[in-house]
Design a protein around this ligand. Structure first.
Ligand code: CP
Ligand code: NVA
Length: 301
């Protein structure tokens, strides 16, 4: 049994295997209706719990569809509807759920909740985003990069904006997939120092994106950030917006990614999001394929 908690805690060969498996599953079902079952049914007779303590569009739907395509069944649960919301411990919840389901995916606030779930569950647990990390997203991003631009090893990725949870998983991925990652953003919104990842810092966004193969950004205010910080963050981050002028400094064939949801014309302009460099909707689609591969890895299928 394998949990999928973080990219830096997962063996690089296993990560590579997941990307390859995601690409071959995607290729195998090309042109099929979305609800068609895969030829291979590794999740047949399997029940998967999808727990959300924060809102979600992509993670919720892509996991649900992915499980069904592989022959399994899902239940989508919100933290507040469960006794968790009334104070039942994570440890007890994990032990109880393990008697009913074969796999647990959880999106939560504190990383400690995810880790406690994994410690006490006797079935695999997948990290569907915490305040600290978002590993499923970055597996889809690596897959998307490689589909469009070939092997990511040795390539230059630049993150412009907030040093948040999605950036943290990029930093973990840089180490495991061996690509160069540069963070550009204000010092007040630097990634947390304890991050066990690999990246350089360049404060000038125009310098940072020189020879970049991929430019990435994310919302300036994450779900766990207080709304009261919104104006301050916008003021600090305005100079790090991804716009045509910034993209013009990257390589001519550079890609642009954003995990979505986006606040158009804040962190990135609509011109970039809908422009020739953007692969944001392939990125969203690849959540489905990458997570199917992650679930197979977790279940040893
Ligand atoms: N990118 C992402 O995780 O989107 P959702 O919040 O919609 O799941
Ligand atoms: N950084 C964002 C990502 C959303 C998918 C957040 O945590 O809200």
């Amino acid at each position: 049994m394998n949990h999928f908690l973080d990219i830096h805690q997962t063996d690089p060969a296993a990560l590579r295997g997941m990307i390859d498996s995601a690409i071959s599953m995607k290729t195998a079902r090309a042109g099929q209706p979305k609800g068609a079952l895969d030829t291979d049914q590794p999740l047949k007779d399997h029940m998967v719990a999808l727990i959300f303590e924060k809102p979600s569009t992509r993670t919720r739907i892509s996991f649900d569809v992915g499980v069904r395509q592989m022959g399994g069944q899902t239940m989508v649960l919100s933290g507040t509807d469960m006794q968790l919301g009334l104070g039942e411990t994570i440890a007890d919840t994990a032990r109880v759920l393990s008697r009913y389901v074969d796999l647990i995916m959880i999106r939560t606030f504190e990383e400690a909740t995810l880790l406690e779930m994994a410690e006490y569950a006797s079935v695999p647990v997948i990290n569907g985003l915490t305040n600290r990390t978002h590993p499923c997203q970055i597996m889809a991003d690596v897959m998307t990069f490689e589909e469009h631009a070939g092997p990511i090893k040795g390539r230059k990725v630049v993150w412009s904006g907030d040093g948040n949870n999605v950036f943290a998983s990029f930093a973990h991925a840089a180490k495991q997939f061996e690509f160069d990652l540069t963070f550009t953003g204000p010092p007040t919104l630097d990634p947390e120092p304890a991050l066990d990842g690999m990246y350089a810092i360049e404060r000038d966004p125009h310098k940072a994106v020189e020879v970049a193969d991929l430019v990435v950004t994310d919302t300036w205010v994450s779900m766990h950030d207080p709304q009261s910080a919104r104006e301050r963050r916008h003021n600090q981050l305005r100079g790090y917006q991804v716009n045509d002028a910034l993209m013009a400094r990257a390589n001519d064939d550079a890609l642009f990614m954003h995990c979505l949801p986006a606040h158009r014309d804040d962190e990135a302009t609509s011109a970039v999001m809908d422009g020739p460099h953007s692969v944001i909707f392939d990125e969203a689609e690849n959540r489905l394929h990458a997570q199917k591969a992650i679930m197979r890895y977790c279940l040893g299928k």
